[in-house]
Ligand binder design. Structure first.
Ligand code: PMP
Length: 409
């Protein structure tokens, strides 16, 4: 992997720069990943050669753009092992995908008194759409709690999910706690109560092999930009039967069959959910990003990140006054590591680290109910990806130690 790793780093030109006179150490991958030359070049190639609007014209460029867009859909299908490519809907990102489900399936199927079950570790994008749906419909929003070490409490999940539950929507991998949830088991519990299972895979798909058929999820959402692809492209996977029965999300060009003055009919899935001009260059970039990740192998990605966590987590835990949130052992912790330094606000920690060229995030990470649950205002968060190495981990540790010394905490 070491040789491969050196090659990987060369593919990401942005990493080769100084920030505040120090070599950049980019550890904000949970917010967004960097893009390899292969993806950047592919977007340029698309615009230089093939750009046209899809499914509208019979001219050659229009056909090429349509073919590339649909080929990207098939690439995504294979990557997450969906049964059919029409189960893949292109969206703006995970947030858009989750809003789509809440405002179509949710709007069509939730009635007063029904239950929607989520967890306290949800990102706002898998929380507010359900909260607002529940408020509109006078439905009940329920939260699954956590175990003492910050994992999803499966015993509580079994209590919260009942015959009144219509939708269970849970994050696959947390963007704060570094835990991965047992979505397959949750889907089994949900289905036993005739509820559907939605998973937010924004932090999972970039880092592990995901098989939507094996998980038996009904809907699965993720973003391209956290997995080497550009911003503004994302995916909603949905089981074909559910998608076919659902109302459209948005109305406009390309999602219709016939339009009359006072009535319209809708075209087939997936296009029924893709109104208006689509982000073709984004889909083409995502397809290339999938090629790149598949070239490494998702198992290798996962194992390599595990190796990095096994290296850095014990070093972090050794630092006096530093608290890591979520599981304390590398076996149960992903490459997303949230922490606080006693006596310092996480924003000050992140600012101080930036002075050393180390980019981490600080804040509530779009998970305010989780912060409240943990009795925190905010945390600092370092998050790793395939182009990070042990040297980056050492720089992080050194920068934290320098910060402690500077602030005398
Ligand atoms: N869910 C999780 C767990 C996330 O980490 C994020 C991104 N921070 C999202 C959803 C939303 O993704 P996006 O902003 O790309 O729509």
């Amino acid at each position: 992997m070491d040789k491969q790793l050196q090659q990987i780093r060369k593919d990401f030109p942005i990493l080769n720069q100084k920030v505040n006179d120090e070599p950049l150490v980019y550890l904000d991958n949970a917010a967004t990943s960097q893009k390899p030359n292969q993806v950047i070049d592919e977007i340029v190639r698309y615009y230089q050669n093939d750009n046209a609007n899809t499914r509208r014209g019979v001219h050659t460029l229009g056909e090429r753009a349509t073919e590339e867009f649909e080929a990207a859909r098939q690439k995504v299908q294979q990557f997450i092992n969906a049964k059919e490519s029409r189960e893949i809907i292109f969206t703006k990102g995970a947030t858009d995908s989750l809003n789509l489900v809440a405002s179509t399936y949710g709007e069509d199927n939730i009635e007063a008194g029904d239950e929607i079950v989520i967890s306290v570790m949800e990102h706002h994008s898998n929380l507010i759409p359900w909260q607002q749906l529940a408020n509109r419909k006078k439905a009940v929003l329920k939260y699954i709690g956590l175990t003492a070490d910050g994992q999803l409490d499966m015993a509580d999940a079994r209590k919260q999910i009942t015959d009144k539950t219509k939708i269970v929507s849970i994050v696959h991998a947390s963007n704060v706690l570094g835990v991965t949830n047992d979505i397959k088991q949750l889907a089994k519990i949900a289905h036993a109560h005739n509820a559907i299972m939605v998973a937010d895979g924004a932090q999972a798909v970039p880092h592990m092999s995901v098989d939507v058929q094996d998980l038996d999820v009904d809907f699965y959402a993720f973003s391209g930009h956290k997995m080497l692809a550009p911003m503004g492209i994302g995916v909603l996977y949905g089981k074909a039967d559910l998608l076919k029965a659902m109302s459209p999300y948005q109305y406009g060009g390309e999602m219709i069959d016939f339009v009359e003055k006072y009535q319209s009919t809708w075209t087939d899935i997936p296009w029924k959910f893709e109104a208006g001009t689509q982000n073709v260059s984004g889909a083409v970039g995502l397809s290339k990003a999938i090629d790149y990740l598949s070239g490494i192998g998702m198992e290798n990605v996962e194992n390599y990140e595990k190796e990095l966590v096994s290296y850095v987590l014990p070093k972090l835990l050794e630092i006096d006054g530093l608290t890591v949130y979520g599981p304390q052992d590398a076996d149960h912790h992903s490459g997303v590591i949230s922490f606080n330094l006693k006596g310092l606000h996480p924003h000050d920690v992140a600012t101080a680290l930036d002075m050393d060229g180390v980019a981490i995030r600080a804040g509530h990470h779009c998970a305010q109910p989780l912060m409240k649950y943990l009795d925190l205002v905010a945390t600092a968060r370092a998050s790793f990806y395939i182009y990070n190495n042990k040297q980056d981990a050492d720089e992080l540790i050194q920068a934290i130690c320098d910060t402690k010394e500077f602030f005398k905490v």
